[in-house]
Design a protein around this ligand. Sequence first.
Ligand code: BGP
Length: 468
Amino acid sequence: MAFPKNFLWGGAVAANQVEGAYQEDGKGWDIQDVMPHGIKSAPTEEPTPDNLKLLAIDFYHRYKDDIKLFAEMGFKVFRTSIAWSRIFPNGDDAEPNEAGLKFYDDLFDELHKYGIEPLVTISHYETPLNLSKKYNGWVNRQLIGFYEKYVRTIFARYKNKVKYWLTFNEINSVLHAPLMSGGIWTPQEKLSLQDLYQACHHELVASALATKIAHEMMPEAKIGCMVIAMPTYPLTPNPDDIIKVMQADHFNDFFGDVHCRGIYPGYMKRYFRENNIEIQFADGEEELLKNNTVDFVSFSYYMSVCESVQQGKKGEGNLIGGFENPYLKASDFGWQIDPQGLRFIMNKFWDRWQKPLFIVENGLGANDELVDDGKGGKTVNDDYRIAYINDHLLQVEEAIKDGVPVMGYTTWGCIDCVSASTAQLKKRYGFIYVDRNDDGTGTLNRYRKKSFDWYKEVISSNGESLRS
Ligand code: BGP
């Protein structure tokens, strides 16, 4: 049996994509409340009724029933985020919001009732709007202090309830989606490289600081970074393409390199030099980065891309696009499906960083059709999703056999939720169908898809039921 006995099987979501209740119990607005159409269009002045995230799937009020369904599938772990603006509504408030703290107390208690371990993302694309508009998000060094206050507050409150923490969701995505990922209000086309990389530096420092504080306050806790894992293949064996791939990889790996090695790699120093970027380090930051590397590396994996020096049209991707691979098929939403890429990237990450890995996002966003289940209820016959996850898990098994230590696997959007990139509901990932449509109609009722029972079997057999 390849999967270790204590392997953490489960599912993942983020607060802004499921909770709704966007201004209930003292929550402040966050950037998602003004991003009704995802990353492709400019933010609105204030929340608008067409923003599906304002209600999302109403997890805020329905989490007890939803967790019951996760428990029925046998989840050992459930990844979600804390919405920063529930705890500090404006981000720079003097005192935290007790009602927000209480919500997560209850949520974590509910998980523990079923023996499900929470895995918490501290910042998942939901910077408080005030921090974004007033300070320009992570471009501003002051964000480090606000983040520090936030992490100290949540560590103190949940230290006996949460053992696994992630500092920033997909931290390397800030290069591609500066508002969603870094809360940077300056439009991407006007943002200078200097400001962008200074923002990266502030996030990396904040992440190291959170790691330091976590280790001091919670000696048992494990704290990880979280990156988009995007294997990049050369489109041709042309050495120019190989170098192009190496450079694309550098931009993806830079964040993991700093998190795991504690130093800025030489290739980034060269890039900074050649582009007149001068990263401002405050006193003590170099040592902070050096002395507070992460306990593990977590990542999302959906697809691979190709790179080339050739000119040509690039395809869709999880924030990072690339040339299409002629050997692979794509999902309904244009993301190319590559199970072996998962084994490849796991080996690469382990070889490079020598830290245990945690796959905290993987899954298939697809158009699902709700049909009669023949027993008086409704279901989705999502054999395509079963095939996708099955094939990826077989590759995880291969990586484990290759000697890569893996802590666990959480599928993305284990219950249907609002998409991060496009803010749609019809891009569904779940084992549980949620009756809500892009026009806002729907009962919000939950239905078990065919993949629900399939995943339950995978978990109870600890991966033995996977079909090769
Ligand atoms: C990642 C994000 C998630 C999530 C997922 C699927 O980028 O961490 O928040 O949504 O991808 O992407 P999408 O929702 O755009 O399909």
